[in-house]
Design a protein around this ligand. Structure first.
Ligand code: C5P
Length: 230
């Protein structure tokens, strides 16, 4: 299960990123590097993280097709195992990005459907996420970012092999923060999510290592006899 947990390195600088990635080194398979850390530290730090872990470069590209395609190629050259674009960029942009990504078979390209922070009513978010996921699949992408609430409908529409990466993960009495459509780790796995993205619930925990282990334990619980079939 630790290989399906992506911890968001949403921290300010290299030192904080190294502290957290070293303390979680044995407990998670992936780190997600997003705009905050990448803008602050650039590709050198990313290459360092890549020496020990898989990396999802989460910069959510959204621009004209040529610019996005070239950015996706740059991500492929960095060696990251996953990167993403915004589905709202439209079919032409997604096709150009998928074509660029095809030169880098080690890298999955996924599209953000509807942000988990979007206050859109849940049924509307689901309809919109499924529509954008269909466009992403049609364009040749490997999967999407979506909330846990949209995973089943997207898998039904796009097939089980179409990846779903789910942020908005919370458990216990954790603050929801700016997220709108949340779910706990066991529900995410039971629903069919392929990867879970967790940031603040781990980064802000008194002991991030214990929080990461809790998340992995809950993910494993989704398959325990007591929850099987739920
Ligand atoms: O701290 P938290 O667990 O809410 O962090 C979620 C992470 O996932 C953040 O890095 C955020 O940028 C990212 N993300 C998201 N919703 C999306 C796509 C990415 O929350 N739809």
């Amino acid at each position: 299960m630790k290989n399906r947990l992506m911890v968001a390195l949403d921290v300010a600088d290299r030192k904080q990123a190294q502290n957290i990635s070293q303390s979680l080194a044995d407990d998670v398979g992936w780190f997600k590097i997003g705009m905050r850390l990448f803008v602050a530290e650039g590709p050198d730090l990313l290459r360092q993280v890549l020496q020990t872990h898989r990396v999802f470069l989460d910069l959510k590209f959204h621009d004209i097709p040529n610019t996005v395609a070239e950015a996706v190629a740059s991500a492929g050259q960095l060696g990251v195992q996953m990167t993403n674009i915004h589905a709202v960029g439209g079919p032409d942009m997604m096709r150009a990005a998928a074509s660029a990504a095809s030169d880098f078979p080690h890298m999955k390209l996924i599209a953000v459907t509807v942000l988990t922070s979007d206050p859109m009513p849940p049924e509307q978010a689901k309809t919109e996420a499924v529509r954008r996921a269909g466009q992403a699949k049609e364009a040749g992408l490997d999967g999407v970012v979506c909330s846990v609430h949209e995973v089943a409908a997207i898998k039904q529409a796009c097939g089980d092999d179409f990846l779903t990466v789910t942020p908005g993960i919370r458990w216990g009495s954790q603050s929801v923060d700016d997220q709108q459509r949340i779910a706990d780790p066991a529900t995410a796995i039971a629903t069919g999510a392929d990867y879970l993205v967790v940031g603040r619930p781990i980064l802000r925990a008194d002991d991030p290592r214990i929080a990461a282990r809790q998340a992995v334990a809950m993910m494993s619980d989704a398959f325990s006899p007591s929850t099987a079939g739920c």
